[in-house]
Write a new protein. Structure first.
Length: 415
């Protein structure tokens, strides 16, 4: 029963994460577009750097932006911050439930590096925190005064971190953690720089002092970084559904190309909103990069057989599953109904790589992926798609009872 609860918990947190992410991205994209569309002209109130008119929902809106802040504060001020906070918090909980709670399935690949669960969690979480520290250091250093140089260094830094994650995690885990690193940088920009700077500006006004213009410039720089990083982080978070992206020989190059695609697409829209022309060359660059990604993905998976560790002793749970009385029947069902697709070299027509990289050829494969088998083929008919191999209800019942009887106790929480 517990794997079912755990799966629904994962779904609920993912749902919240998507909702809050939409809210954050929507407000972020809107305010960048608004800022770029502001025009300065005669007749503007003192301190206003530009204005624009917009129409939506049957009404007209007159938007104005003050260079630093108005002479006096309004009674009510709307802050845009909780969208960012809720997105990161829900994303972190989803990481705990899916990747840290099921690290043996989704995060650790012993053919790449033989990690314990807590080692993998430490590297993943530590990498996100260290990533923010190094990024913030670059922004606050003299390099931060040169936007172009800073952007190049941040690009190299993110690609390097992605390459590093690929050396220790599964491809899926590496891509998601690279995305989580970027998301941490984006959310930390909001909570550590943008919102505090705005609060300092408000406090100065309330105290009758002139706010520091540098605070607004710093916040705007971080906001622009968030704007350009949004599309790459979405790709990396969605990539867990696509092994050809995260688990091939040149996955680290794919990360680099995705960053380029995201930047040039945002550049097109930012120039469009600022009415500085429409650089259509950006779409050509994005298309070429995507074609290169598709070409690189056909190179096949990394061959880690020579570095695979054989020192990993079976866990107590794995021993229970392998020695359960019904395991022989389970093996027969999986081999006859699943392994034609879930093999190192799938024999099902049209498949060039095993779905989700779940290989079910050996006893150890079946034991390792027991929970997935239980959820997708025992307690539901999600697998095989359309029941192409005609799995019977009796066979599904055997798969479910094997897992339940062998486990015998619920999964323990990480905390």
């Amino acid at each position: 029963m517990w794997p079912i609860v755990w799966d629904w918990l994962n779904f609920a947190i993912r749902w919240v994460h998507v909702i809050t992410g939409i809210a954050w991205i929507g407000s972020s994209f809107y305010f960048i577009a608004l800022d770029l569309s502001l025009k300065k002209h005669d007749g503007l109130p003192e301190g206003v750097s530009g204005d624009t008119w917009q129409v939506h929902g049957g009404g007209f809106y007159h938007m104005q932006k003050y260079t630093v802040a108005p002479a006096s504060m309004p009674e009510e001020l709307t802050w845009f911050k909780w969208e960012s906070y809720a997105t990161w918090i829900s994303g972190f909980f989803m990481m705990c439930v899916l990747y840290y709670g099921s690290s043996e399935l989704f995060l650790i690949d012993r053919n790449i590096y033989d990690l314990s669960q807590w080692q993998a969690i430490g590297i993943g979480f530590g990498g996100m925190i260290l990533g923010w520290v190094l990024y913030n250091f670059l922004c606050n250093s003299p390099i931060g005064k040169n936007d172009n140089l800073l952007s190049v260094l941040v690009f190299i830094f993110v690609v390097a971190i992605g390459w590093g994650f690929l050396q220790v995690f599964s491809g899926r885990g590496a891509f998601v953690h690279t995305g989580a690193l970027i998301a941490t940088i984006m959310s930390a920009n909001v909570i550590m720089i943008i919102i505090p700077n705005q609060k300092k500006t408000v406090a100065a006004l309330l105290a009758g002092k002139a706010p520091d213009p540098a605070l607004g410039m710093q916040a705007k720089q971080r906001s622009m970084h968030n704007n350009y990083l949004t599309l790459p982080v979405l790709f990396l978070m969605l990539s867990n559904h696509y092994p050809l992206a995260h688990s091939t020989q040149y996955s680290w190059i794919i990360i680099a190309l995705v960053l380029v695609i995201g930047v040039v697409i945002r550049h097109f829209f930012n120039m469009h909103h600022a009415k500085k022309g429409e650089p259509h060359w950006t779409w050509l660059v994005a298309t070429i990069c995507f074609i290169i990604i598709m070409w690189l993905s056909q190179a096949g998976p990394v061959n880690n057989e020579e570095t695979a560790s054989s020192s990993h002793a079976p866990t107590e749970t794995e021993l229970k599953l392998a020695n359960a009385p019904s395991f022989d029947m389970v093996r027969d069902i999986v081999i006859s109904r699943c392994s034609m697709c879930h093999a190192q070299e799938p024999v099902w027509e049209g498949l060039t790589i095993t779905p989700k990289l779940v290989v079910l050829e050996e006893d150890a494969d079946i034991v390792r992926h027991a929970e997935l088998i239980y959820k997708h083929a025992g307690r539901s008919n999600a697998m095989p798609p359309g029941n192409l191999t005609s799995v019977t209800m009796e066979e599904r019942d055997i798969l479910a009872k094997w897992y339940e009887e062998a486990i015998g106790s619920p999964r323990h929480f990480l905390w």
